[in-house]
Design a protein around this ligand. Structure first.
Ligand code: 5GP
Ligand code: ZN
Length: 112
């Protein structure tokens, strides 16, 4: 989508701090980190949120989770939280599917 911020980041049209990249997904540091380690993993193809995951694109989500596990292992992150906000009430502000990966501090439950 031409006006989507994360489509532009995935395409390299807007600069970001890369953590990992392959042909399916892109991982980069969050611009406003909420933990000592905080990066986002996004599909390169536009999906609005988890609410748009279906039988045709679920493989992309599975791939993203294998990437999260691999990258966290390589970074030495043993405990971390993976979050995806869906909709404004849940805190979604960018409407391109992304998984937050947060680590490096104590976390509370339930989340706010
Ligand atoms: P959401 O609020 O949709 O769950 O998460 C969006 C995330 O994207 C936020 O944590 C926000 O800090 C991050 N973000 C927004 N704009 C940019 C940007 O231009 N670059 C980077 N690296 N992160 C961004
Ligand atoms: Zn997009």
């Amino acid at each position: 989508m031409s006006e989507c911020l994360f489509c532009k980041i995935a395409a390299g049209e807007i600069p970001s701090s890369k953590v990992y990249e392959d042909e399916i997904c892109y991982a980069f540091h969050d611009i406003d980190p909420q933990a000592p380690a905080h990066f986002l993993v996004i599909p390169k193809a536009h999906i609005g949120s988890v609410a748009e995951v279906n039988g045709d694109n679920a493989g992309v989500v599975g791939h993203i989770f294998t990437v999260i596990a691999k990258v966290c292992q390589e970074l030495g992150l043993e405990s971390y939280r993976v979050v995806s906000n869906i909709g404004e009430q849940a805190g979604q502000s960018v409407f391109h599917l992304h998984f937050h990966v947060l680590s490096g501090r104590d976390m509370t439950w339930p989340p706010g």
